[in-house]
Design a protein around this ligand. Structure first.
Ligand code: GYE
Length: 322
């Protein structure tokens, strides 16, 4: 009884001081500067490098004293990185969880330590951790819709039968799960298309190339490659060319991200489409954090809108690509 009254008083005090107490989330005071953690998943592709740079560039203008780590492609290392940031006294955490389940304990420990957490670009298993309760919000794209838009473009632009190899992203990551669902469901609705095989290339160029080499031998009749990101699409193009195939002529290659190399491949006629997935999260992270500190209730999903790049607009977007 006494405890409840005390908690109520604390909540009222917090509200009058303009800090958020919504649904048990840790509050964040309004200040000029914050010690901010950004726990990167890996740095082996241009998307990740552009994202890291976006956080670094934003740090100065948003008053961030940035603590950054690079998990080198290991979910276990990323969990340890978050633990070390908590020990270093970060006040806010921006986290792209490499995989949906293994990062949940890190999210929970940040919450227990009173650190508001914003998931950026990847999410966690929603059945286990909840936005507005365990973390503030997920900032990112609609990955199901990205996969669906690629499928719709293929359906509209590919004539005749389509025999597809799918290169999946990192196993257990939200973009891999959702880009697969969105694409497979939409393409499955058109009986002209068959998915011959679907396998992970870990969102990496070289892994995509190797997996494509193997799958090409098993399925020489492939005429469409759907990669969950541009790096794997570029790897697949390399494997196809090494095997004497002509990407863009006898094999349609499609993917997601909008990197410079992918736009160039579209201009060169080797790729059909890439649906954008922007890595430039710094400004959105800053704005959302400031809204939270001002006491606003943040929507559980701060959705990023994505463009689509084809031969109609690839050249004009090349200069701004990463
Ligand atoms: O598509 C990929 C990166 O999580 C949205 O991760 C991100 C994805 C992006 O490694 O290239």
């Amino acid at each position: 009884m006494k405890r409840r009254i005390l908690l109520g008083a604390a909540a009222m005090l917090a509200m009058s001081a303009g800090v958020s107490m919504a649904q048990d989330l840790p509050p964040l005071a309004q200040k000029d500067s914050y010690k901010v953690g950004f726990a990167q998943t890996e740095s082996n592709n241009p998307w990740r490098i552009a994202q890291t740079k976006s956080f670094q560039d934003t740090a100065a203008t948003c008053g961030w004293d940035l603590v950054m780590t690079d998990a080198g492609g290991s979910a276990a290392k990323q969990v340890a990185d978050v633990d070390s940031m908590i020990a270093q006294g970060i006040e806010v955490l921006f986290l792209p969880p490499r995989e949906e389940s293994p990062l949940i304990p890190a999210v929970m420990r940040a919450k227990a330590a009173g650190i508001p957490t914003f998931l950026v670009d990847r999410s966690v298993d929603k059945a286990v951790a909840t936005a507005g309760k365990d973390y503030v919000s997920f900032l990112g794209s609609d990955f199901i819709d990205q996969g669906k838009r690629v499928a719709e473009w293929v359906i509209a632009n590919h004539e005749g039968e389509g025999k597809i190899i799918e290169l999946e992203g990192t196993t257990g990551s939200s973009p891999a799960n959702d880009r697969k669902k969105g694409f497979d469901d939409a393409i499955g609705a058109d009986s002209r298309f068959t998915i011959l095989e679907s396998r992970s290339g870990d969102f990496a160029r070289d892994e995509g190339r190797k997996v494509m080499e193997t799958l090409l031998q098993a399925h020489p009749d492939v005429n469409i490659v759907y990669a969950h990101n541009d790096e794997m699409a570029i790897g697949a193009i390399q494997a196809l060319e090494a095997a004497g195939r002509k990407p863009g002529e006898d094999v349609l290659v499609v993917s997601i991200d909008g990197t410079r190399d992918a736009l160039q491949a579209i201009i060169d006629g080797k790729m059909g489409v890439t649906v954008e997935s922007s890595p430039f999260f710094g400004p959105l992270a800053c704005e959302t954090m400031k809204r939270y500190a001002a006491g606003e209730t943040i929507e559980p999903w701060v959705q990023v809108e994505d463009r689509i790049f084809t031969k109609e607009n690839a050249a004009e977007n090349l200069a701004g690509a990463y």
